[in-house]
Design a protein around this ligand. Sequence first.
Ligand SMILES: Nc1ncnc2c1ncn2[C@@H]1O[C@H](COP(=O)(O)OP(=O)(O)OP(=O)(O)O)[C@@H](O)[C@H]1O
Length: 295
Amino acid sequence: MTRQISIEGIAKRYPAPGGGETTIFENLWLRVDRGEFVCVIGHSGCGKTTVLNILAGLDQPSEGCVIVDEKEIAGPSLDRAVIFQGHALLPWKTVLGNVAYAVSSRWRRASRAEVEERARRAIATVGLAGSEDKKPSELSGGMKQRVGIARALAIEPKILLMDEPFSALDALTRGTLQEEARRICRETGQTVYMITHDVDEAIYLADRIVLMTNGPMAKIAEIVVNPLPADRRQGEIHHDPNYYALRNHLLDFLVSRSVSFRDDPPAGYDPRNPPIVRLDGGEASRSPAAAIRAA
Ligand SMILES: Nc1ncnc2c1ncn2[C@@H]1O[C@H](COP(=O)(O)OP(=O)(O)OP(=O)(O)O)[C@@H](O)[C@H]1O
């Protein structure tokens, strides 16, 4: 596997109201390989969106840097597409127009036919063939989010950054879109960095799950390797013998360890190499510490 993203010791600090500074997070290190699907979980305010914005080039760290494909990033790039919770479609353009607009900003010299062809292909990939001429106002929330995904995929980004992309959708639509997102990302070998609050979403989608402690002074506490088979099916993951161990481990972190870890990290904790947690045979649900092994 080739390394694609390297987050190197980043911090974010803001001026505090009474003087001094508030450190949202610091000394964050994370490496993501090409084709990997990483989900980030942590409580509200720990800085997940800030990290994603830094990866997108929309925000800058107070310290440290982010290397993508061996180059330090210095601003937004079409190589890194962002999908937000809201779909931010251009309301006056059709589905095809919205996707084609993104395609033509990526390939400025492409002919109209070529742009349309790429846009139509992306629209079909997300299951919206036949809706090309509809305006956003004629679409459901799920369809709009599909257009957002099509628009991001159509520019063939090296990295897809997703900030809770499915959280505003009803459960059924969310499930379908999660399935499609996973299928598309696996088929295209897409590198994905995604924020979610939904533990089951992370279990279904992620190859590795990054656990952030509460802020301020948030840290990456652990990186949990998903033990479920790569060919998992959404409706069946709870039958996997490792599912409950994994789910309990993530919930236990969110309920209690996200605070205790920040305030009192375990001996030997090295932020440059956060512990890699591998769960097997249900061991970790009984004793999370026993399952922590160095990378
Ligand atoms: N411009 C700013 N000035 C001061 N503090 C800020 C500013 N922008 C963000 N913050 C603070 O930084 C912290 C991290 O915000 P961020 O949106 O990254 O958190 P998050 O983990 O993504 O939260 P959520 O899950 O609620 O989206 C928050 O406590 C927020 O109040």
